[in-house]
Ligand binder design. Structure first.
Ligand SMILES: Cc1cc2nc3c(=O)[nH]c(=O)nc-3n(C[C@H](O)[C@H](O)[C@H](O)COP(=O)(O)OP(=O)(O)OC[C@H]3O[C@@H](n4cnc5c(N)ncnc54)[C@H](O)[C@@H]3O)c2cc1C
Length: 415
């Protein structure tokens, strides 16, 4: 039996604690907050989309960074095992659109309660309001020393403890008020690990200008977005887009942000197709029909069946057409311009939203320095990392929590 320290009582740390305790070890979880799983409470808008009930193959397609590194963990502890885990620990599960898994109660707190039940019944000790300040070891025995063994000293705000094995599950830096303040990066650097550039992932985009402020609160459903980097396609998808006081957000924008957060924004060309179901020719015919119907009206009234009212003046100003212009004097060129702009409405991105609002931290501990099977540091024996602190991230849909569960299970189970 070993003495195991888990730093961080979030999704990854709690699953690591569970797996290590299943193997008969004496496990202590240190959590700096007054309660476990503070971030879990706000996931999925308070409902916690805790995994995606899909095959491991499809799961891998939703990973943005760390696909190869995560393969073993996802195949060994796939979404179905997560669902089974929660059902076995008293939480009823439902599957919604896009295979998204939620607790039947729609309460994210049930996810944390189930994790807590699982670890407490296995004898895991939870130390709340105890922040780990440093991890030290006298010998620094590397992984290559098969027979060697490190003893780790953990200093917290309450005292000093010694352990045989340490799992760092401190999360990233997004939503820092939940406790994810990047402490794990500091611990990793102290043992010679590299931390890749940290960027916001799954976040809104700040746009140039101020025109979008008028559209604040407007959701465009069934639109598509295309992002090109110097004419090379980076992303295109179809769905919902939301205008905000800073620019744009919504599901398709969040996904786009994770793919562009390392690209030079000035090279990017982003366009919205406001009518993706109609090609240019069909859209032109549709405009002709509407213009015939509203031939004695102003153009701003003639577009009311095609677009939300708020968007019409933005579209017309982007085309250089006066809102007051009568439909019957609109030129063919102006109509063609309207079609083009409806299909390729251009946006200029200023920057990505900050970590305070990013759902995920893109970047983290360099994966080549971590054993993909055991999540153990290649530099120091007995030190493991799991969850968002690693350089891994995925799209929305329950994939990020599943990564935390799979890597947490792998880290704990390998002890
Ligand atoms: C608003 C929002 C909504 C989200 N919704 C979803 C969703 O529906 N589905 C999904 O799959 N993903 C979602 N995510 C992402 C998901 O929550 C994270 O990827 C996941 O929680 C990461 O788990 P983790 O255990 O690695 O880190 P965290 O959840 O960040 O946990 C780390 C824990 O470590 C503790 N800690 C840090 N430093 C120390 C220290 N020095 N000493 C002691 N304790 C420490 C922290 O207090 C924290 O409790 C969402 C994220 C946000 C911000």
């Amino acid at each position: 039996m070993k003495n195991v320290c888990i730093i961080g009582g979030g999704a990854a740390g709690l699953m690591a604690a569970y797996a290590a305790s299943l193997n008969g070890h004496k496990v202590v979880v240190f959590e700096k907050n007054e309660k476990l799983g503070k971030k879990i409470y706000i996931t999925g808008k308070g409902r916690c989309n805790f995994t995606n009930d899909t095959s491991p193959q499809e799961f891998m397609e939703n990973i943005v960074r760390g696909k190869k590194f995560l393969t073993g963990a996802i195949y060994s502890f796939p979404p179905q095992k997560t669902i089974e885990f929660f059902e076995n620990h008293g939480m009823l599960v439902k599957i919604e659109r896009g295979n998204r898994a939620f607790p039947v109660s729609d309460h994210a707190s049930d996810v944390t309660k189930a994790l807590e039940r699982a670890i407490v019944s296995n004898g895991v000790e939870v130390r709340l309001k105890e922040e780990v300040q440093s991890i030290t070891t006298s010998d620094k025995i590397p992984m290559s020393d098969i027979a060697g063994k490190n003893t780790f000293f953990i200093d917290t705000n309450s005292g000093r403890y010694s352990f045989d094995e340490v799992v760092v599950a401190t999360g990233g830096v997004s939503y820092p008020t939940t406790g994810s303040t990047g402490d794990g990066y500091k611990f990793a650097k102290e043992y010679g690990h590299n931390v890749t550039d940290l960027r916001s992932g799954l976040c809104g985009l700040n746009l140039e200008g101020a025109w979008f402020k008028e559209l604040q609160g407007l959701t465009l459903k069934n639109v598509s977005i295309t992002v090109k980097n110097n004419e090379k396609l980076v992303y295109d998808d179809f769905g919902e887009l939301l205008f905000t006081h800073f620019g744009i957000s919504g599901p398709i924008v969040l996904s786009a942000s994770s793919l562009i957060n390392r690209l030079p924004l000035k090279n990017l060309k982003i366009t919205i197709d406001l009518k993706p179901a109609l090609d240019e020719e069909t859209l032109d015919k549709r405009l002709l029909r509407d213009f015939e119907k509203y031939k004695n009206k102003q153009i701003s009234n003639a577009l009311c069946e095609l677009l939300p009212q708020k968007f019409i003046s933005i579209l017309l100003s982007s085309c250089g057409i006066s809102e007051k212009k009568n439909v019957n004097v609109l030129t063919k060129e102006e109509r063609k311009q309207l079609v083009k702009t409806l299909k390729f409405f251009p946006l200029k991105i200023k920057s990505l939203r900050g970590f305070e609002e990013a759902i995920i931290t893109s970047g983290g501990i360099e994966l080549s320095e971590i054993n993909p099977k055991t999540r153990e540091s290649q530099k120091i024996k007995g030190l493991r990392f799991c969850g968002e602190v690693l350089d891994v991230d995925a799209f929305t849909g329950g994939f990020n929590l599943q990564i935390a569960f799979s890597t947490g299970f792998a880290a704990g189970n390998s002890i």
